[in-house]
Design a protein around this ligand. Structure first.
Ligand code: CU
Length: 500
């Protein structure tokens, strides 16, 4: 359990250490500054949000679509949605809150950015029947970031879905898994959406165990390097789904310890998934070989129900929020942790002001910071707010808690293909690292398409030749953030590039 320190504790500790060192000078610092900010990063102030952003999506233009409640934090996506522009800061002017005219309550739907058009596809949602909430709809809606408009798609899904997973496949289609049709009925039949031609059901891949009654709540699934979709259930079974035609499902020999629909899993490298299981267990699942395998790694320190795991620009995983008892303020994890895939080790990061439990989110922003926000509807607190986390890589690696000078990308293509050499220029020589991170689409501790890829490159001064991912099974088509790092390990603001 965490003991919350008063905000000046870090400073007091720092002052004590400075005194120990016999130093007399004391630099002026903002309140959050501490000697170890360069290791822990920092959370910014709590900023207001016009609704609880239960669902957030990074748009191809760098803005963030959010929805899930009304302006008072009541459960419903029926009336408004919000588009936040991080370039405008966090004040009222940075939000564009617009009416939802589709008639769909998008609360607890699924959503993903379509790889060809860049529109956001929203699948399913909530329906109130005779005053009882949490029935389901088969509505399909699209959000066009160019006009900021949300509108009904002409073709609904075959099945009603609430809590479905959506993900982009290597073929550039969208696979929808799970969800429930009504409070007593899960949906065991996946569906696939093809832009321009609509929906088909995977009638040969019906399963109660993989994504039906035993695992209907936002099933964890990823496009795998072998061309199929890997599914890690909460109860422990794992599967490969071939989504072509009418679908084909096979079990794999890998069985995992039990998890929960509200313990997170994250793909942090091609074919590699960090997955939290119950009782503070964690595994790395490797789906690069002929058969999937898992390795036990150190857990995050306690179960963090409703906590999030977000791959940052450098490939480390930021774990924030959650509590030891699902959606109860018991064992609340205010302090974030960072997982380093190079050594499977954990470091302690900064401490947030707010608990982030059910219906909270975390998502990487193009500027390399991480948006953490929301929680509630229902929950012990109604968080109509967010806290933006600044990771250690944005700080000078010294005791001054000073933001580092950042490199910038001066040119990069708007589109790219697989296995290609692209020209990128930076404003500094000595680039140390180039990374690609899928733009986020987050809800209920899941980032549907989360992906991170280290890119190989050669440099001649400030001119870089960067090799794009080898295949669509490693990097499905769609939108990615390209980051370049300077010689001190500080990332640029990302350039968003369309792959495919
Ligand atoms: Cu929900």
């Amino acid at each position: 359990m965490n003991i919350k320190l008063p905000p000046y504790a870090g400073l007091r500790q720092a002052a004590a250490r400075v005194a120990l060192l016999g130093l007399t000078a004391w630099p002026l610092m903002p309140v959050q500054a501490a000697l170890d900010t360069y290791v822990k990063g920092s959370f910014g102030p709590v900023v207001n949000w016009p609704l609880i952003p239960i669902h957030v999506v990074l748009l191809p233009d760098g803005r963030v679509l959010g929805y899930g409640t009304d302006g008072k934090g009541n459960q419903t996506g029926q009336f408004t949605y919000d588009v936040w522009d991080p370039a405008k800061g966090t004040g009222t002017d940075s939000h564009l809150t617009l009416p939802n005219t589709t008639g769909t309550d998008t609360f607890c739907s699924g959503q993903v950015v379509l790889p060809a058009s860049g529109a956001v596809l929203l699948t399913g949602g909530d329906k109130t029947v005779n005053g009882v909430r949490n029935y389901s709809v088969n509505d399909v809606n699209l959000f066009d970031y160019r006009s900021s408009a949300l509108y009904s798609a002409q073709q609904p899904m075959t099945y009603l879905r609430w809590y479905p997973t959506v993900l982009t496949t290597a073929a550039g289609e969208v696979l929808v898994l799970g969800g429930r049709a009504d409070p007593n009925t899960a949906v065991p039949t996946p569906e696939v959406y093809t832009e321009g031609s609509g929906w088909r059901s995977l009638t040969s891949a019906v399963s109660d165990d993989a994504y039906g009654v035993k695992n209907w709540s936002y099933p964890r699934a990823w496009q795998a390097p072998n061309g199929k979709v890997f599914i890690a259930t909460k109860w422990g079974g794992t599967y490969y789904l071939d989504p072509t035609g009418t679908g084909k499902l096979e079990t794999t020999s890998l069985t995992l310890a039990a998890s929960d629909e509200y313990l997170t899993s994250v793909m942090f490298a091609p074919g590699k998934i960090l997955s939290f299981r119950k009782l503070n267990k964690a595994v790395v699942i490797d789906i690069n070989g002929a058969t999937p395998k898992s390795t036990n790694v150190a857990g995050v320190g306690q179960d963090r129900y409703h906590g999030s795991a977000t791959v940052m620009a450098d490939g480390k995983v930021f774990v924030s929020g959650g509590s030891m008892v699902s959606n109860v303020a018991n064992g609340v994890a205010y302090t974030a942790k960072i997982w380093n895939p190079a050594n499977n080790g954990w470091t302690t990061a900064a401490t947030a002001a707010k608990m982030r439990l059910y219906h909270s989110v975390s998502m990487l922003l193009p500027d390399g910071r991480v948006l953490t926000a929301g929680g509630g509807a229902p929950g012990p607190v109604i968080n109509l707010n967010g806290e933006i986390y600044t990771p250690p890589y944005l700080y000078q690696q010294d005791w001054t808690a000073t933001l580092a000078a950042r490199p910038s990308i001066t040119s990069a293509p708007a589109t790219m293909s697989w296995g290609q050499a692209i020209k990128v220029t930076a404003d500094v020589a000595g680039v140390s690292k180039v990374t690609l991170v899928r733009t986020g689409s987050v809800t209920h501790t899941v980032d549907f398409d989360q992906r991170f890829i280290n890119l190989s490159f050669t440099a001649s001064g400030t001119n870089l030749t960067v090799t794009t991912p080898a295949s669509a099974t490693v990097a499905p088509p769609g939108y990615y953030m390209l980051f370049v790092f300077n010689s001190a390990g500080v990332p640029s603001v990302a350039k968003i590039i369309k792959l495919g």
